[in-house]
Every structure is written in C-alpha cells, then in structure tokens.
Design a protein around this ligand. Structure first.
Ligand code: ACO
Length: 310
C-alpha cells in the first residue's frame, strides 16, 4: 500500500497588509522587500482570530475535499510555533471544534519544517495500520510574535493555515521517500525571545537554507532511484524567493512548475507548504501521477523533504 494525501484545504485571513502599508510604519521600501524576499503583501489575522481558528477552517475544507467525516479521523497533528496557548494544544482545540471525537491529538513543533515532520509521522501510523485517516495541519499566527517595529523581521511573515487528510492510496502513489533532519547548534539563529518576539539572524538562516533546500530536494529523488528530470512540481517553504529559486535551479525545473505563494502570503512558517499545496491542487497545477517534491527548513534548525507521487 501507499500513504498519500486524500484531500487538501487552506485558509488565509482576509486582511491584506502590503509593502506600501509597512513603508508607513518602519524604515523600509517596497523595492527592498520585493527584491530581497519576493514578498509583495501578506495576510494578517484580526485580534479575535487565533491559530486554532485558521487551523479549523483549513481542516474543514480538507475534510470536504477528501470526503472524510470528522469522526473518521484517527489522529490530528498540528504543526505550529504559534499555538493559541502552550496547552491545550491546537490539535485538541480543533478536535473539539470539528467534532473529531475518535481522534488522538497532538501538536508538532519543528518550525517551518513542521508540516514535513507531521506528514512523515502520519505516514508511520497509517503504514503500520494503526490509523486509517490522519489530519495534518500547518497553522500560524506569526503576527502575534512579530515585533512590528523591527524592519528585519516584520516584513517577512504572515498568518494562515493549510491542511491535508492523509490515508491509504494505491501502491505506487503517495510518499515515496522522505528526509528529516535537525541541527540544534543553529538554534541561536532563529528563536523566540523572552519578550515573546521572534529574533532572527537572517544572513545565517539564509546561508543554511540556500544549501539545505536544494540538497534535500535532490536527496529524496535520488533515494528512489529517480533523476531531477522526473520531478514535475516543486513546493518549497515560502521563506525567500531567492532560497526557493536555488532549489528550483538545482532541480532544473521551469518557473511555472514551482509553487510561489510568497508574493501574496509572505512566510507562513509551518503553514507555507500546505497552503501552497492546497492552492496548487485547486488551481489545477498538480495532475494525477505527478511527482512532487515538498521541502522545508526552519528554526531549530530543522529541515524536511518529501517525494510524493500524486
Ligand atoms: N528594509 C530595508 N532595509 C532592511 C530591511 C528592511 N525591511 N531589513 C534589513 N534591512 C537592511 C539591514 O539592516 C542591512 O543594513 P546594513 O547593511 O546597513 O546593516 C541591509 O538591509 C542588508 O541586510 P542583509 O542581511 O544583507 O540582507 P539580505 O540580503 O541577507 O536579506 C533577509 C535579508 C531577507 C532577511 C535574508 O537574509 C533572508 O531571507 N534570510 C532568511 C530568512 C528566513 O528564511 N527565515 C526563515 C524564517 S522561518 C521560521 O522558522 C519562522
């Protein structure tokens, strides 16, 4: 049997904050943000909307897409670094909201690689026939840990959620290979400070990511004995267009075959990859049997990549 994605969904808050809006509050420019990051605007959740609300909306949409009922979910895994509160977990909050009463629930903390860790964890439970359906979500309200007076970070992030229902698919489909990794010695480059705000050494994170994303993308393809030319579509973590381009160029695939939501959503941490996956599916950019590479990196430092036959 294979383990793959049965349905996808995503949610982006309605409020748009453009680069021009940020020009009015910090010493930055639309030109600087666009050329250094590829971001033009981002979505910001209102005060009364927390991470679990976005996770809930994305999950409902994924359940509908997969035609799976909430009571048929066996496990909920929410990847997030911005839970509503440290406990209860976002997974438990959405279990109640969805009425997924038969599901075990826990959050996964691997920053922007969190959705990769979640998908791979789901695969183990499904493959071993312990569980049939796992709801994997990436959801973030990064705006609440963003120091809006710090131009180094506030231009980068946005809020949102993406979800996938995972389950059994036919033998040759689903997750064909994966790679997960971590290097705790890079923790100081990206962390949440005692005052609650995010702190980042952009240059160090950039150096790490621009090497790791291309390497991991190639590794998962080589693991299954395929070549770069076999890749149909790339879904990289949407942190910086220059890092994403490095992965795309290493795989040698054309621009249209890379998911690029960063322009309108910015960096949504663990929500970036599932939001991009869901949008790509809904926009018809992914076809049956396509070989997709999903790849992410984040605070920890962590990384993860998956080769997925759709
Ligand atoms: N507007 C204008 N100038 C700015 C801004 C801004 N918003 N931010 C920084 N600058 C300035 C800096 O102060 C610096 O000025 P200085 O030379 O006088 O000190 C100058 O621009 C250049 O800074 P660099 O660090 O050289 O810029 P760089 O080209 O590296 O781009 C960036 C910075 C975009 C942050 C880049 O390093 C990057 O994308 N790094 C990776 C970030 C990332 O992927 N983070 C993942 C987080 S995911 C997670 O886990 C939440």
């Amino acid at each position: 049997m294979g383990v793959g994605v049965l349905g996808v969904g995503h949610y982006a808050p309605a409020k748009i904050v453009t680069n021009q809006d940020l020009e009015k509050t910090v010493d930055t420019s639309d030109e600087w943000i666009r050329t250094r990051t590829g971001i033009e605007e981002r979505r910001i959740a209102e005060d009364d909307m927390d991470t679990s609300d976005m996770a809930y909306h994305a999950s409902l949409s994924a359940l509908e897409d997969a035609n799976v009922k909430p009571e048929d979910i066996d496990l909920i895994l929410v990847a997030t670094v911005t839970p509503d509160t440290p406990f209860p977990s976002v997974s438990c909050i959405i279990q109640e909201k969805l009425g997924a009463w038969n599901a075990a629930a826990m959050d996964v903390s691997a920053a922007c690689a969190g959705f990769m860790y979640g998908m791979v964890t789901a695969k183990q439970f499904i493959e071993s026939k312990v569980y049939k359906h796992v709801l994997v979500v990436g959801a973030e309200k990064l705006s609440k840990i963003t120091d809006w007076s710090d131009r180094n970070t506030c231009v980068l992030f946005g809020d949102g959620a993406g979800a996938a229902i995972m389950g059994e698919v036919s033998e040759s489909k689903g997750i064909l290979s994966f790679e997960l990794g971590a290097n705790g010695s890079g923790g100081a480059h990206l962390y949440q400070k005692k005052d609650g705000f995010l702190s980042m050494n952009g240059r160090e994170v950039f150096k790490f990511a621009v090497r790791q994303m291309p390497d991991s993308s190639v590794n998962v393809i080589e693991k299954i004995g395929l070549g770069k030319e076999d890749v149909d579509y790339l879904i990289p973590h949407q942190a910086n267009i220059r890092i994403m381009e490095a992965a795309r160029e290493r795989l040698g695939i054309s621009e249209e075959r890379m998911a690029t939501t960063i322009k309108k959503y910015g960096n949504n941490s663990s929500a970036s990859i599932p939001m991009a996956l869901s949008e790509s599916v809904k926009d018809g950019k992914i076809k049956e049997n396509d070989l997709i590479v999903l790849v992410g990196f984040g605070a920890g430092l962590t990384w993860g990549a998956i080769a997925l036959r759709w």
